[in-house]
Design a binder for this molecule. Structure first.
Ligand SMILES: [Mg+2]
Length: 320
């Protein structure tokens, strides 16, 4: 695929979010078409060209390469953003009907997070919980906070803690000090690394979070999974339904998939260009039809389109 092909079919849209996520109320994404269909390039606006390089590789792969499937449907988790509003939490859980695992954002304020988790427990009493800290805690805080969350609200419903601390060494130290049987997952440690294949995660992690776009595509994510020999969780990077489709293809291509995938984040959008419907807690591995009317309706301004064209040209050079 040539840069010209990307730019010719390029559509940039802005999708409205249902609740604030990552401080955003809208999500801008670029879509383009290759010989097998639509692909999404959507590094967050603040990401530099270097960090966006893998996202473009993944998008080009999505537009041009087919992968074999080991499964036709993928179990998914619900995602609860950092809100404590009981009605909002109840409504989100209702939207995720049939889902039996929830990932809850934490890492800012333990007291309010205990309330948030208790509310998720109240509306989904049998669901497993995952918490995502985005590396915000020190080792000492992580020990205290994980023990509090485990002891006061989650107990054995706590499936794992995602990126509780920022580095591999801190993760090793945390695992040695924690004293309770709680699994640790790594996300940023992997996707922000320049050499994810060379990391030694053997004593630092129990679970790998694989996000197809920041890791550079399905082929690369499969290679990373094979290298580290740990159970994996496929997750989204808040993509539109087009990007989610590529995440589903990764989930389908993996030889082993024990955990629910974080690919139901489409529910965080109030509207999207296509729909992946959750049925009995699963998403089917399909490529949904793009709604042309919505593509037109959510189109960004000429200035924003120009900004994305220039970004893609620069990132293309970096990715070559
Ligand atoms: Mg994460």
């Amino acid at each position: 695929m040539q840069l010209e092909d990307v730019l010719t079919s390029l559509q940039v849209i802005e999708l409205p979010l249902r609740s604030k996520f990552r401080g955003l109320t809208k999500r801008e994404v670029a879509l383009f078409k290759g010989n097998i269909g639509w692909a999404e390039f959507s590094p967050f606006i603040e990401y530099g060209d270097q960090e966006s390089k893998n996202w473009l590789k993944s998008a080009v792969e999505a537009a041009t390469v087919k992968f074999s499937k080991n499964r036709d449907k993928v179990l998914v988790n619900g995602t609860i953003p950092d809100t404590d509003d009981e009605r909002e939490i109840a409504k989100l859980i209702e939207l995720y009907r049939g889902v039996t695992v929830f990932k809850v954002k934490v890492g800012n304020n333990l007291q309010s997070e205990l309330i948030r988790l208790a509310r998720v427990r109240k509306y989904a009493p049998n669901a497993k919980l995952r918490i995502d800290v985005n590396g915000a805690w020190s080792v000492q805080d992580a020990v205290l906070n994980i023990r509090a969350i485990y002891g006061e609200v989650a107990g054995t419903f706590l499936e794992y803690v995602e990126q509780p601390v920022a580095t591999i060494n801190e993760s090793i130290e945390l695992k040695a000090k924690l004293g309770i049987d709680v699994k640790i997952a790594v996300d940023e440690v992997l996707r922000k690394s320049n050499a994810p294949l060379e990391l030694d995660l053997s004593e630092a992690a129990d679970v790998l979070v694989l996000k197809v776009a920041p890791l550079g595509g399905i082929a690369k994510a499969l290679e990373i999974s094979e290298r580290h020999r740990l159970p994996v969780v496929v997750s989204s990077a808040l993509e539109s339904a087009v990007g989610i489709t590529h995440g589903l293809r990764l989930a389908a291509a993996l030889p082993d998939l024990q955990y629910a995938s974080g690919l139901a984040t489409g529910k965080l959008f109030s509207e999207d260009v296509a729909q992946h419907e959750i049925k009995d807690g699963y998403l089917r591995v399909v490529t949904p039809e793009i709604d042309e009317e919505r593509l037109a309706r959510f189109k960004v301004s000429k200035e924003r389109l120009e900004w994305w064209r220039e970004r893609i040209k620069r990132v293309w050079e970096v990715a070559r």
